[in-house]
Design a binder for this molecule. Structure first.
Ligand code: AFP
Length: 329
């Protein structure tokens, strides 16, 4: 939609549905993203009023499911199930893909983490919902094939960030519980001055240890909340920084899940001009072999991610000395 068509409107009056329509997004995809936004309103309610206890069940990873995990999962699944535009869906809380419609035409398949960081709710830290969207029925595709990614951050304010491949845009929930535009076309600088290091430092491998030491020598500030959504949101909205949950000596595949956490966030960060790598290749180029696959991740400013890859390449894959100038390209 041309800027003049926004004549007389402030950006805060541009709601999510209008923004999607301005970008001529397919009606079904617009409806799907708006349904995800609607579901978040019920998740917010469950966070502020729900039982913080355990649900007495565990997910495929053997992690205790909190009552909130199960509740948030049910809310999102119900919304997607009734949306009429979903073919298959897969939740981090479930063991297998949930078929919704055998007809793939014009429909989407969705992988989501309904409440990422849920263990932080009982200490009142920010948590989020992460959603990855593919066209058609196949969820075991490389992240490069996603057509959209969305996250909702339940923090001091509730915000929603999405991309359909035409930039990254942020919305805030207003008093009427509508999402209205806060920022458009969010971009990252080539290099940052904050880092978000996951995992235990004493278990870092030589390349990762050298990478972190280099960041610290550069005077980069440590910002880590234990929640992937707030930590990535901070990097996006500050326009700089690098998050990593690397391969560890005792955990070569790292901790974070490829389909539910890494693919959607890598899609958004690349759309914002950043990079996301498993330490050796782009996250979005990884071909998942099974739905609950994990991967190491270095995500954020391009030069910082490239520097991590250089140290890992030189010190772990035996490719000579660290030639930092290459990381500056
Ligand atoms: P939970 O969903 O089990 O709280 O894990 C959150 C998470 O998957 C991701 O949001 C964080 O970045 C990462 O784990 C934090 O892991 P550590 O607690 O090991 O730092």
């Amino acid at each position: 939609m041309s800027p003049t068509s926004r004549a007389g409107k402030t950006k805060f009056q541009i709601d999510l549905r209008r923004h999607l329509r301005e970008h001529y997004i397919n009606e079904n995809l617009t409806h799907l993203i708006c349904e995800i936004a609607e579901a978040s309103k019920y998740i917010i309610h469950s966070i502020s009023t729900g039982d913080l206890g355990v649900a007495g069940t565990s997910n495929l990873y053997g992690e205790q499911q909190l009552a909130l995990d199960v509740l948030a999962d049910r809310i999102l699944r119900k919304r997607l199930d009734h949306s009429r535009v979903v073919a298959n869906m897969m939740s981090e809380e479930m063991d297998e893909i949930i078929p919704v419609s055998p007809d793939c035409g014009g429909k989407y398949s969705v992988a989501f983490d309904p409440l990422d960081g849920s263990s932080l709710v009982d200490v009142n830290l920010a948590v989020g919902t992460i959603v990855s969207i593919f066209e058609g029925c196949d969820l075991l595709q490389s992240g490069r094939n996603q057509v959209a990614a969305v996250y909702i951050l339940y923090g001091p304010r509730t915000t929603l960030v999405y991309s359909v491949g035409k930039g990254v845009h942020e919305f805030g929930m207003n008093m009427l519980r509508e999402y209205t535009l806060l920022q458009e076309n969010i971009t990252l600088k080539p290099q940052g001055n904050l880092y978000s290091p996951g995992g235990q430092r004493n278990l870092y491998t030589p390349g990762v240890e050298a990478f972190v030491t280099k960041l610290e020598e550069r005077g980069v500030k440590l910002r880590y909340s234990g929640g992937f959504v707030p930590d990535i949101n901070q990097i996006l909205l500050k326009g700089q920084g690098v998050f990593f949950y690397p391969h560890l000596q005792n955990l070569p595949e790292g901790k974070l899940r490829l389909l539910f956490e890494l693919n959607p966030m890598a899609y958004l960060i690349e759309q914002a001009g950043g990079a996301a790598s498993d330490g050796r290749r782009p996250i979005l180029d990884l071909q998942p072999q099974q739905i609950h696959e994990r991967s190491p991740v270095f995500i954020g400013c391009k030069k910082d991610v490239a520097l991590a890859e250089e140290y890992i390449s030189q010190l772990e894959d035996g490719k000579g000395d660290v030639v930092e100038k290459k990381a500056k390209t």
